[in-house]
Design a protein around this ligand. Structure first.
Ligand SMILES: *Cc1c(COP(=O)(O)O)cnc(C)c1O
Length: 431
């Protein structure tokens, strides 16, 4: 008789895992104050005191900058908007090249397109999954304007990329959406490059529903970020700014309600990360005893805040494909559809390597004639095989899950470990 749930055996667990709900009375208290004031936003898109937003927005920005030890923090309505602002603020020109990662949320690779620049993909590291410094250096040309590094799954990018950027005089935009509170040495992730961005969307370590924060120590860049956030073209004349490059503004402003929630969330960040850290230690202790699994590497001199946990699967040891293994683990636990309210994500790989998406495959982004690629006299290759590490991770070796989330208790973690272990112990059923 078969033991594995996939083959009709009994499941390890038939109960849902606890939901991840970091919002509580602290957030509600601040939101109530905003309601009482009836001012849900105080931004004005002209040169005026209110160009900088209302009291909650300004308090959040001050608290964020102090917390992360950086000169300027600028709130926006999403990390996607934050990336767009960053690409604009560094003065990106059409047909410039920006080096991006293929293994990240799509916006970190599409942001260059907004300013007519060309995303150039470099491969990721086999063990840390962030941009690979050697491949980044190979991709640099006389047109490279910036590198968008991503602290993927919760750990800071390779410091060698800082040296490369310095040597070639190009900017680093650090996408820290998945790594708030991670550290390299005594500096926080997000503050390692020229501009850092954080996300406050519902899925992240801390959230305000939607939201993003941009940080920088550069006064001029900070000024340009604030202008792009809030109708630059209508502001600069009265403000007295002369530099017109990329001063087409947007409305990327955060509301007072989101800002108040984010303020309470920021205070909880250390505690929420500590819970993830405790969970990961316990999980890794159990999972690392399974011979076909290898726990992810934490970069030297860095801490990891485990937005997700990327385990490497060895199919030679297991004698089956990763996808079969995951299918069997999933069958031992409760099936999920809605990620936040019903359960927790586990799957093979992370996102499909971004260059394989229809937009890059067809080079159709704005209009029908291939802009911005058509604005360049160079050819760009997005074919399968350009980043072998990411393709191998995605299709063969990476198992990615979120069972480290705060709210998971010892019993819940024991069930996860038991599900993996049961599949390993009965792997002959799958061979
Ligand atoms: C979530 C995420 C984003 C986008 O965040 P939004 O606030 O939803 O726009 C960008 N980059 C990475 C790596 C992310 O994980």
């Amino acid at each position: 008789m078969s033991k594995l749930a996939l083959n009709g055996g009994e499941k390890i667990r038939t109960k849902k895992f606890p939901p991840y709900l970091p919002i509580g009375k602290e957030e509600f208290g601040l939101v109530k104050e905003v309601f009482k004031s009836a001012i849900f936003s105080r931004f004005l898109g002209c040169w005026h005191d209110d160009f900088f937003g209302g009291p909650q927005v300004q308090a959040l920005e001050k608290e964020w900058a102090d917390f992360f030890g950086v000169k300027h923090a600028i709130s926006v309505n999403s990390a996607t908007s934050a990336l767009y602002c960053a690409v604009g603020a560094i003065g990106t020109e059409p047909a410039d090249e920006i080096i991006v990662s293929p293994y990240t949320m799509s916006a970190s690779a599409t942001a260059p397109l907004i300013y007519g620049a060309i995303p150039v993909f470099a491969d990721v590291e086999k063990d840390c999954y962030c941009l690979d410094a050697k491949d980044v250096e190979k991709k640099i040309t006389d047109r490279t304007r910036a590198i968008i590094v991503v602290d993927i799954m919760g750990q800071p990018y390779d410091p060698k990329i800082d040296e490369i950027a310095k040597k070639h005089n190009i900017k680093i935009i650090e996408d820290c959406a998945q790594a708030p509170y991670a550290k390299r040495g005594n500096k926080f992730a997000g503050t390692l490059g020229d501009i850092g961005i954080y996300s406050l969307n519902y899925h992240k370590h801390i959230h305000s529903g939607e939201g993003g924060i941009i940080v920088t120590n550069d006064d001029e860049i900070a000024n340009r970020l604030r202008l792009i956030r809030n109708h630059a073209e209508a502001v600069i004349e009265a403000k007295g700014d002369k530099n017109l490059i990329n001063m087409v503004g947007f409305n990327y402003r955060m509301t007072e309600i989101e800002a108040s929630i984010a303020r309470a969330q920021l205070k909880k960040l250390p505690k929420l990360i500590a819970q993830r850290d405790k969970n990961i230690k316990y999980l890794e202790e159990g999972l690392s005893k399974i011979p076909c699994l290898k726990m992810p590497k934490v970069r030297e001199n860095c801490t990891h805040v485990y937005y997700q946990h990327g385990i490497l699967f060895d199919s030679d040891v297991a004698g089956i494909h990763r996808d079969k293994f995951i299918e069997a683990v999933k069958a031992e636990l409760m099936p999920i559809k809605l990620r936040e309210t019903e359960g927790i994500k586990i799957g093979g790989g992370y996102v499909k390597p971004l260059y394989l998406s229809p937009m890059f495959q067809n080079k159709i982004a704005f209009g029908s004639k291939g802009y911005p690629w058509s604005a360049s006299d160079r050819e760009y290759d997005y074919s399968k095989g350009i980043c072998p590490n990411v393709e191998r991770l995605h299709y063969e070796t990476l198992i990615n899950h979120e069972y480290i989330r705060p709210g998971m208790k010892k019993k819940d973690l024991d069930d996860v470990i038991a599900a993996f272990r049961k599949v390993w112990e009965n792997i002959d059923e799958l061979r």
